[in-house]
Design a protein around this ligand. Sequence first.
Ligand code: ZN
Length: 310
Amino acid sequence: MSEPIVLAFDIGGTDLKAGRVTRRGDVRGFRRSPSRAREGLDALVDAVREMAEALGGPAGPAIAGVGCPGAIEPRTGTLLGLTPHLALTAGTPLAGRLAGALGMRVVADNDAHCHALAESTLGAAKGARVSMTVTVGTGVGCGIVIDDRLFRGAHGSAGEIGHLPLGSAGPVCRCGVPGCLEPWAGGSGLVARAQEAGLDAADARAVMTSLDPRAHGVRQRFVEALAQQIAAAAGVLDPEVIVIGGGVAQAGEALLGPLRRAFDAQVTDVVRTHARIVPAALGEQAGVAGAGLMAWAALAAPRSEVSPRS
Ligand SMILES: [Zn+2]
């Protein structure tokens, strides 16, 4: 008999990534398609259903794990607040709608939380008692794992370092608050800051690789801002490992080297000596692996599941 697998989805503003995930977190049949999340909930649900059909369904427990931007209430899978990355309203019963469409139980959590669970279980934070995984993509996310368990907070929004304040003088964040980290350190913020500096930057990769001195200035501010907020979180959490992932983090050591130096200048001796900043190990499949692992974990704790009839 073949190994049991569950369905797993990683919803982004642009892409829907998906695969079938084993109990150990191995991803089989990884696929990507447009998420249609910016068209609204019905379009997103259609995209997920079509993807599930393309994957061929689970071979084992009828359950799916879903990662999605935003604060998602862990027991009900409801999107609690607005997320600037998707055209979904606060109170959207995300897991409930997907459970109805897929005809199976669905567990949903914040996408960065899923990344963190995967890096902790299989990747760069494996073996660490306390780890943070920071995702630097279109926005900035973070998941916290303590003693092999995700720390979600009371409402599912723990780890939102993209919305820690840098100071009220900063640009207004898409969450509506002036001075958040994300307008400096998310991919779309990077492009906006570069354009303000007079650069013709098409995307975050162009900002990260440009030789123009103005791009260098934008990158410096980006690294300082990101390091400041990771340092603030590390001061609270005392992590062993801080994993840096997401599309912007593909810049590798060109980002991690300056980030470590800026981080070291802002933390206590204990954190500087013992906390390691490392690149993510799992690449673009991390969110899918984490969503699948979350589904497997939910089978052992059924109160966090949403059934097709709920
Ligand atoms: Zn914000």
